[in-house]
Design a binder for this molecule. Sequence first.
Ligand SMILES: Nc1ncnc2c1ncn2[C@@H]1O[C@H](COP(=O)(O)OP(=O)(O)OP(=O)(O)O)[C@@H](O)[C@H]1O
Ligand SMILES: [Mg+2]
Length: 214
Amino acid sequence: MRGKFITLEGGEGAGKTTQIKLLGEYLTQKGIETVLTKEPGGTPIGQELRSILCTGDKDKIDAVAEALLYYADRRIHVCQKILPALNRGAWVISDRFADSTMAYQCYGYKDRISKDTLNELYKITVGDLKPDLTIILDIDPKIGLARSLERNASSQIQETRHEGRALEFHQNLRNGFLEISKTDSRYAVIDANCPVEELHKKIVRLIESRISDA
Ligand SMILES: Nc1ncnc2c1ncn2[C@@H]1O[C@H](COP(=O)(O)OP(=O)(O)OP(=O)(O)O)[C@@H](O)[C@H]1O
Ligand SMILES: [Mg+2]
């Protein structure tokens, strides 16, 4: 049987990477083969694209170039990693997917790229595949950015290109995710401003209520 495809979305510092690891451990303990992955950079070529997209000056490329690079990364990710895993029955949990491109390149930049264009790119590169569940971790960007800054300072992370954008961008992004969440029943929004363990329990409860064989 085909595996389940779950994506975690949300702004900087919402807790996606922290939660995906906990979720992976939880599902593995339940005996489910779980593939944890991320965008950009879920494949070796994707890692090279990630370096272009996530490091350096925030204005070095514009939203159009970004969207095309994110979709190139996604095409390789879907073809080489996500579909093969789902087809052998594994569950795939991705730290960001297409909703991030919609939120950042359309809403973050205030309609810099139209929804129709991004939806067309989705059709060309991803086709019919859709996540079974998309969990949006919602947080006030001031809190999320403060978490990210603290994390980056303590681990010398170089991937600060998006954190460097104005607060208004991050507020647009948050509103974008909330707007997107209203467009399909596969979305669930969770308040991420709570302790790590509490958030993990909320995510587990959500998955058990939404996915029948969880
Ligand atoms: N629920 C939480 N409460 C407080 N701090 C948290 C919580 N979850 C994660 N953190 C801390 O906040 C920082 C950011 O978390 P994490 O890297 O998981 O966020 P992210 O959503 O993956 O961010 P990014 O979009 O930048 O990749 C980390 O230092 C992490 O330890
Ligand atoms: Mg992360």
